[in-house]
Design a protein around this ligand. Structure first.
Ligand code: NAP
Length: 277
């Protein structure tokens, strides 16, 4: 059985992953900004569950959470970086403080947590880092430009990290959920408070649509948890795992258009090198 640390377990995908890992017999450091939100989950599993306060933008709390995992379980085999926020905004509407806070949580919070667990994983020459990215990490659309940018950055981090730590026996996977029914839209998705009316028909209409569909999203977060538990058992897990018909369609369409555009412009692409000497 493995030793897990999961961020953002109060609700939604993180909570379901924590529950599934505990029900499967793993030991889990169940983290949340407010530990009272995970007390009910942790209480049912005795010594295998430890609830720890963790705001991923607080480096001291990250260090303390990893230390708790070391003390309680002797290390971490699987890190799940799940905590995250969204932000609906046209780029021009973006508020500096909110955008930086978004990057602090969705990107730098992940970086800092990964840096805290890697020494232990390197020493043991094994481990699995699972980053909960998003469809928006692969395909960018308004009004998610800033949220998407944090997840695109997470994609680059994941892709390069996988190559850096493979020699140490450490695996890295990005999970790419489409639209899932969680607390996301109600609680975790912020919105620019400085809308510009020129964007109403385009970006504004998409903001309204996203909010209206929030309670009818097709994805079941328990199925994300099942997929994460399955991926964690693999000797050779995928670098990216798409979850949902929506993300499958969007990524296939993007790849086809990208590939066609590369072909269309191949002559220009090739025509920039010095002549062969
Ligand atoms: P959710 O139910 O709202 O959960 C978000 C979680 O992130 C909450 O536990 C929240 O904790 C936590 N969080 C936010 N900021 C944090 C911080 N600074 N430190 C620690 N925890 C923090 O939404 P969800 O859908 O499960 O989202 C989880 C992940 O899935 C996110 O990374 C999101 O980008 C990704 N995702 C979601 C969807 C979707 O459609 N739902 C699609 C693709 C990807 P608090 O209770 O303290 O606020």
């Amino acid at each position: 059985m493995g030793r897990w640390l999961i961020t953002g377990c109060s609700t939604g995908i993180g909570r379901e992953i924590a529950r599934a890992a505990l029900e499967s017999g793993h030991s889990v450091v169940v983290t949340a900004r407010r530990t009272e939100t995970v007390a009910d989950l942790a209480d049912g599993f005795g010594d295998r569950a430890v609830a720890v306060a963790l705001d991923v933008t607080d480096k001291d709390q990250i260090t303390a959470a990893v230390r708790t995992a070391d003390k309680a379980f002797g290390g971490i085999d699987v890190l799940v970086n799940n905590a995250g926020n969204g932000y609906l905004s046209a780029i021009e509407e973006g508020e500096d403080e909110a955008v930086r806070k978004l990057f602090d949580t969705n990107y730098f919070g992940v970086v800092d947590t990964i840096k805290a667990v890697l020494p232990g994983m390197r020493a043991r020459r094994c481990g699995h880092i699972i980053n909960i990215s998003s469809m928006t990490g692969l395909v960018a659309n308004p009004p998610n430009a800033y949220y998407s940018s944090t997840k695109f950055a997470l994609e680059a981090l994941t892709e390069a990290l996988a190559q850096e730590v493979k020699p140490f026996g450490i695996k890295v996977t990005a999970i790419e959920p489409g639209a899932f029914r969680t607390d996301w839209a109600a609680r975790s998705m912020w919105e620019s408070s400085t809308p510009i009316s020129d964007y109403d028909e385009n970006v504004g209409a998409r903001k309204t649509m996203i909010k209206e569909f929030a309670n009818h999203l097709p994805g079941d977060p328990r199925k994300v948890a099942e997929a994460v538990l399955m991926v964690a058992t693999l000797d050779e897990p995928p670098l990216r795992l798409l979850l949902g018909r929506d993300v499958l369609k969007a990524v296939r369409e993007k790849l086809a258009a990208f590939s066609a555009s590369i072909d269309d412009w191949e002559a220009v692409t090739k025509n920039v090198n010095f002549p062969k000497e």
